[in-house]
Design a protein around this ligand. Structure first.
Ligand code: HEC
Ligand code: HEC
Ligand code: HEC
Ligand code: HEC
Length: 221
């Protein structure tokens, strides 16, 4: 009997912590069923399809891609770096968005209606209100650049992503394991488009930003 109680507690803990984590796309802001102009009734389809997807290598992308040119975040490395800027890190940060961030921006920059997926091309409703970003990312957190150990060495007060734990509920992984994509910082570093790991009540954030805890994951301030 004495042995069973801790086991029961462990099970209860597991059940409750997984309940807290188990979000779904269904019912989330990315559930477009009902107003997508698509009669298939498929929740993945606005973004993915099994066949004849758009010319991106992954992940079977079905949404029309933006052709926007973006203004990127422009930092002032000479004043902020601990040492002289090597290998033009700053210039790399100003490269155009790539991979998954470009997928988010296709809808969020307002140039492509979110109904424009698959064969559909005449949609007219891009994200509206606060969900609408623009082609000017100059006032947004930098994205689409490599965040690695060497950046943390030259940059002030930045944790090493290879060793610092992400602190995401239920994970013992590092920042690199849990938040970076091939070592790169993207929109999905902070957001979970599938609402699978996102903290309920936040803007699809991987970590609640109360007390700026999301920011403090990487910035040692
Ligand atoms: C609003 C757009 C959107 C919807 C809807 C969506 N996805 Fe995704 N999906 C993405 C993006 C963007 C990525 C790229 C990785 C990332 O940013 O997390 C991705 C990546 C993936 C991947 C590869 C990486 C991973 O996370 O495993 C799989 C598999 C996947 N999605 C499956 C699905 C399935 C299945 C559905 C429907 C139940 C779905 N997605 C619905 C946008 C979407
Ligand atoms: C197919 C189009 C589409 C794609 C692709 C897409 N979004 Fe969205 N997203 C939307 C729309 C539309 C809304 C607003 C929904 C609403 O207002 O109900 C939204 C809402 C959001 C919100 C606000 C959530 C909230 O709780 O208010 C966030 C954050 C977000 N998206 C991030 C992302 C990120 C990050 C990606 C890429 C990984 C992405 N989106 C990809 C269309 C898209
Ligand atoms: C460094 C972390 C981080 C990155 C990277 C990031 N975001 Fe966010 N985003 C946030 C936080 C934090 C909020 C919540 C702000 C708030 O509640 O005031 C947010 C809010 C949003 C919202 C909701 C706006 C609203 O007020 O309803 C959208 C849409 C969004 N982000 C899209 C994106 C897209 C698209 C990208 C990539 C181009 C991106 N985010 C990259 C941290 C990030
Ligand atoms: C996943 C890690 C991560 C998270 C989370 C994160 N940042 Fe960052 N942040 C970075 C990296 C990496 C850079 C690029 C540093 C550089 O300039 O080389 C950066 C850059 C910045 C800069 C610009 C510094 C400059 O050189 O101009 C500011 C300010 C900033 N972040 C604030 C925030 C805030 C506020 C949040 C929370 C909403 C946040 N960050 C969340 C990793 C992160």
């Amino acid at each position: 009997m004495r042995k069973k109680i801790p086991a029961l507690l462990a099970i209860l803990h597991f059940v409750f912590s997984s309940v807290a984590l188990a979000g779904t796309i269904s019912g989330s802001p990315h559930d477009f069923l009902g107003y997508s102009g698509d009669e298939s009734g498929e929740i993945c389809k606005p973004c993915h399809a099994p066949h004849q997807t758009k010319p991106l290598p992954a992940p079977l992308w079905n949404q029309e891609l933006t052709t926007d040119t973006y203004t990127m975040y422009d930092s002032t490395p000479t004043s902020l770096l601990k040492t002289a800027p090597p290998a033009s890190i700053d210039a790399k940060m100003r490269l155009q968005p790539e991979s998954s961030s470009k997928m988010c921006l296709s809808c969020h920059d307002g140039t492509v209606a979110h109904e424009n997926f698959g064969d559909l091309a005449d949609g007219a409703i891009p994200p509206h209100g606060d969900a609408l970003t623009s082609a000017d990312l100059g006032m947004d957190h930098p994205i689409s650049f490599v965040y690695d150990t060497s950046l943390s060495v030259i940059e002030r007060d930045l944790y090493d992503p290879a060793t610092k734990l992400s602190g995401i509920v239920g994970s013992m992984g590092t920042i690199n394991d849990d938040m970076l994509f091939e070592g790169r910082m993207e929109c999905s570093t902070c957001h979970d488009v599938h609402n699978k790991r996102a903290v309920a009540g936040t803007k699809l954030l991987l970590k609640d930003n109360a007390g700026s805890s999301l920011c403090l994951t990487c910035h040692d301030k």
